[in-house]
Design a protein around this ligand. Structure first.
Ligand code: FE2
Length: 367
């Protein structure tokens, strides 16, 4: 089969799955409640398709990604085709597509997603001096299968009038009687909550994690509903007094174009738990090159581009995430919160404990 036949076949397959992909987009948006990036229309056929575009499967639901991909295209002439889906849907699709998959790069918003893709042998190892230079070893796979791009703290936020921050200390303390009926948190099906509980199983054991989940359910102000932003809104509306959310949502709300969103964080304080012990939980947004990437060179080039100081600062400034590249400056808002201690457990450990976390959430009746 020559190149152009292969390319036509690839386009046909992508076209068929593209329709399915749009259904996936609509379906999975509710899981994170954020903005989506959609697959661009197929552009005119190029002479050398392997070099003309990079296809990205992503669970990152942020406007900034669209802008960064556009910048990359302007700089290199390489188009970026984006398909949004959640991590489990991406995995399923990569498995179905096998060797014919058009995916070059795969992005997830947490550990479990990409580790699982690696375990299913759907990623390939990359050797890149640039990536090794830009991304500290603790944020990338030792064998080059995945690379962390940004990280986000899973922290506690609170109403400044109704909560005395000196009473806050650890995730474990959130089960204390003083917080009864006061805590807002999203559902247990969410990857960020699964990651947090998985980290607690790793650090403190199953039994402690079980007790924590049960205690937290008792202290919930309402049955979990909505995304992280909705928990902040719940505090502003007086439904609860404190919430567990990701750091970047504070920035997205504070600098939102929507005045109601801006107002919702006016009286909200930020607290990083477990600073005197194991550190706060972080979720790493990661990417890896697909095993059957039709454009491996393009995928590596895009990955390297995303790790540069300039692009890392764009992630930080537009989406309020912490850059993994240590040469990059975080946003002023993040700097105003100060440095914080993070858990030192590996993403593999978190991924490994996810099934236990799901079972514990169920036993605890965390909706
Ligand atoms: Fe999110």
């Amino acid at each position: 089969m020559n190149r152009s036949v292969l390319h036509s076949l690839r386009k046909l397959i992508f076209g068929i799955f593209g329709i399915f992909g749009f259904l996936v987009i609509g379906f999975s948006l509710t899981s994170c409640g954020g903005e989506t990036v959609t697959k661009e229309d197929e552009t005119t056929e190029a002479e050398t398709p392997e070099k003309s575009s990079v296809t990205v499967y992503t669970h990152r639901h942020y406007d900034v990604d669209k802008e960064i991909f556009k910048d990359f295209t302007e700089k290199t002439g390489v188009e970026v085709e984006v398909l949004f889906a959640d991590a489990s849907q991406i995995l399923e699709r990569l498995e179905q597509e096998g060797e014919k998959s058009p995916a070059d790069l795969v992005f997830t918003v947490d550990a479990k997603g990409l580790v699982q893709v690696k375990q299913k042998d759907l990623l390939q190892s990359i050797e890149s001096e640039k990536l090794n230079e830009n991304i500290p070893a603790k944020f990338r796979d030792a064998d080059g299968y995945w690379y962390g791009l940004t990280y986000r703290g899973r922290i506690v936020v609170y109403d400044k009038d109704r909560v005395d921050p000196t009473r806050l200390s650890t995730y474990q303390n959130l089960t204390a009687p003083e917080w009864e009926d006061r805590i807002l948190v999203r559902s247990s099906s969410n990857v960020y909550n699964r990651g947090l509980l998985s980290s607690m199983i790793t650090l403190y054991g199953k039994e402690a994690a079980q007790n924590w989940a049960k205690g937290l359910v008792i202290n919930m102000a309402r049955a979990p509903k909505g995304n992280d932003r909705a928990q902040v809104r719940g505090i502003a509306e007086g439904v609860g007094d404190l919430a567990i959310i990701n750091t970047y949502y504070m920035g997205l709300l504070k600098f939102s174009e929507d005045s109601t969103e801006r107002a919702s964080v006016e009286n909200i304080g930020v607290f990083f738990p477990n600073q005197d012990s194991e550190g706060a939980h972080i979720n790493l947004s990661m990417a890896g090159v697909a095993k059957h990437a039709p454009n491996k060179a393009g995928a590596v080039a895009l990955l390297e581009y995303l790790s540069t100081k300039e692009v890392q600062e764009k992630y930080a400034n537009a989406n309020f995430e912490y850059p993994v590249n240590q040469a990059s400056e975080p946003h002023e808002l993040l700097k105003s919160w100060g440095d914080f201690k993070t858990q030192t457990i590996t993403v593999e450990e978190i991924a490994e404990k996810t099934n236990d976390a799901v079972a514990i959430f169920q036993q605890a009746n965390w909706k």
